[in-house]
Structures are given as C-alpha cells and as structure tokens.
Design a protein around this ligand. Structure first.
Ligand code: ZN
Length: 350
C-alpha cells in the first residue's frame, strides 16, 4: 500500500469563555512569540481587549490586523505582512473569512495557524481545506489544518442562529458525501478510507439524532455541533482529501454560488443538495429532509430566496464543476427535465 499522510490539529479546546485563556492554551505549543491576529471589525471590537490581554499574559506579542473580503489578493497581502512583521504564527478569529485567510496565508508563509471560530457555520474551522474568491476554481484548495482550535461556546451561542443552522446543513451533507466517495471507490478505484468515512458519518448522524435539542440551542447542544464540525474537518485531515466531507451536494452548493450568488449560506445549500442527492443515491431522503427541517435548515428554494429555474440550472451545472471528482451526478447525467423532476419530487421546488 502506498504511504498515507494524515494532517491533524495538535490541540483542540472547546469550552465556555476560553478566549480569555487563549494565551495559556497556546502557551506550551512552542509556536514562537510573535503572533498576527486576523479578524473583521466587529470581532475586533468585541474581543481585542480581552484576547490581547490573554495573549500578553501568555508571553506573546500580538498584532491585530483587520481583513477585508475573502480573496486571493487578501491572502497575499496578509502573507507579505506576516513576513514584514516576522510573525511566527497566525490566528484567524471569526467565521469563515478570517479563518480561511489565516489558513491559506499560513500555508503560503509556511508558518502554523490557530483557528478561533466565533460561529459554527461550516467544517472549515478545522479542515485542511480553504476557499477564497479569485482562485481558478469555485471549491476549496488544499492547505494545512490548524495547529490548534480554540472554540469558545459563549461566543458561538451568541452568533446569529442561521450560522449554526448552516453548520448543521454542512454536517448532514456528509451522508451523501460519503456515499459519493464509496461510489467513486467502486467505479474508479479511488482511495477510500473507512475510518475517515465513518468519522464523517458519525458527525452527520449525531446532528440528525440531536436535531430537536439543536433547534433551541443551549451550551450543550452548541458543543455537539462544534465538536461534530471539528471531527468532520479532522476526518478530511485523516482522509488526506475533502472526500468524506464534500460530494455531489457540495457540487450543487458551488453551482448555486455561480448561478444565484448570495442566496443561502454554504451549509444551507449543501443541506438542500443532500436531500436531492440522497434521492439519486436511493438513501432515505425523507429522514434527511425532516432532520434538516427540525434544526431550522431551509428545505425549499423559496426559503433561501432562490427560484425554481436557479435550482434546476445549478443541478445541471453541478456535474461540470469538478470533473475529476466522481459522484452520483456522473451516473444521473441530469438534464433540465430530469433535474426539475428530481427537485420537484423531493419538494425543493414546487
Ligand atoms: Zn462544506
């Protein structure tokens, strides 16, 4: 068997109020002293005082840099800044954007990065994959996983509810992602890792089982979602590819980014894609739809402000988004007519 490389975080801390202890948490990881923190303005206003004090107590120097919209140019700007400041490591504090920029800039600069999510909206908080605009493809690229993840449930519980809901959609989508991976293994001989596949599925199943509790979140159910997102990112690190986390349903979500930009969050679109891809895979799409609905995920085009035509267009386009990735879409070969019937059959469009 060829050698198989797994990239994993070294320390994961999930708990209440822990951003105030971040200096201690990172203290003995031998990351160097000079940190560069990246966030948006809102997060900086909310956290900079307590966070910087904790970093300073831990013996770290920290520079706080505001990052703009997620783009390749912004990744380059941060990489140059880190070099100029002699930063030993980066810290991305925020939702998707700051963490993605920290992840890709740290990969560019060959220095580690720490992930401090302030919401639980997708598994990028722990995975080795990042996406920014301005790349030559609409899906994630390979980087490194965070060296440490510090997830403060006090912050995450205060984030807008639709972000948590989106995280649940991203997690439930592992149901079809793993099915697509299995299918590719059978049809193309692609490497398939049972352990990482099962780890990703475990995250999806836990969210489906706990859907009722998650619908009115408290500290405990927030922890379940955060830990499931972290485990699912770790599953990608073990697999050495995003395969256990991203299949045909993600291709649909990426296609929606192109066809109807700005409509629906990543995980919401993945969840909706999962209902349709589950039908193609002959999985129990009714159960998947029910769980998504229970956690508060949109299950119809109308709920994300999309039209039936946009859904049909994205379904047809999805197959061509990432040609090397074999999924059920290769076998379904959706046309406008069959895509419309699929979306109607599962109730995504009327
Ligand atoms: Zn995702």
């Amino acid at each position: 068997m060829p050698a198989h490389v797994m990239e994993l975080p070294r320390r994961v801390v999930v708990g209440s109020g822990i951003t105030r202890q971040v200096g201690d948490i990172l203290g003995d990881l031998e990351l160097g002293k000079n940190s560069l923190l990246l966030s948006g303005p809102h997060v900086r206003d909310l956290l900079s005082r307590s966070f910087s004090a904790s970093m300073s107590n831990g013996g770290f120097l920290s520079n706080w840099e505001l990052v703009g919209p997620s783009s390749f140019a912004e990744v380059e700007r941060v990489s140059i800044l880190a070099k100029k400041l002699g930063s030993d490591f980066l810290i991305g504090v925020g939702g998707g954007k700051s963490i993605d920029i920290a992840k890709l800039a740290s990969f560019n600069s060959k220095i580690p990065f720490v992930s401090v999510p302030t919401s639980a909206s997708h598994d990028g908080i722990s995975s080795p994959f990042g996406s920014v605009k301005g790349l030559d493809r609409p899906y994630s690229v390979v980087a490194k996983p965070p060296i440490a993840i510090v997830a403060d449930t006090d912050l995450i519980i205060r984030a807008p509810h639709n972000l948590l809901v989106s995280g649940c959609g991203d997690l439930i989508s592992k149901k079809t992602a793993v099915k697509d991976w299995e299918l590719s293994h059978v049809r193309t001989g692609e490497y398939y890792g049972r352990y990482s596949a099962n780890l990703a599925l475990l995250s999806a199943n836990m969210i489906m089982e706990d859907a009722d509790q998650i619908s009115s979140p408290n500290a405990e159910s927030i922890s379940v979602v955060v830990e499931a997102l972290i485990s699912s990112g770790v599953a990608a690190g073990i697999a050495g590819s995003s395969r256990p986390c991203s299949g045909s349903e993600h291709l649909f979500s990426h296609a929606m980014d192109i066809v109807a930009p700005g409509k629906g969050l990543h995980g919401e679109k993945c969840g909706m894609g999962t209902i349709m891809m589950a039908k193609l895979h002959d999985l129990d799409y009714v159960e998947i739809r029910k769980s998504l609905k229970t956690v508060g995920c949109p299950v119809t085009a109308r709920e994300i402000g999309a039209t039936s035509e946009e859904i049909v267009k994205a379904l047809v386009l999805a197959r061509s988004i990432r040609k090397e990735r074999y999924t059920i879409l290769e076998e379904a070969k959706l046309t406008e007519e069959s895509a419309r019937k699929l979306a109607e059959d599962v109730g995504v469009i009327a």
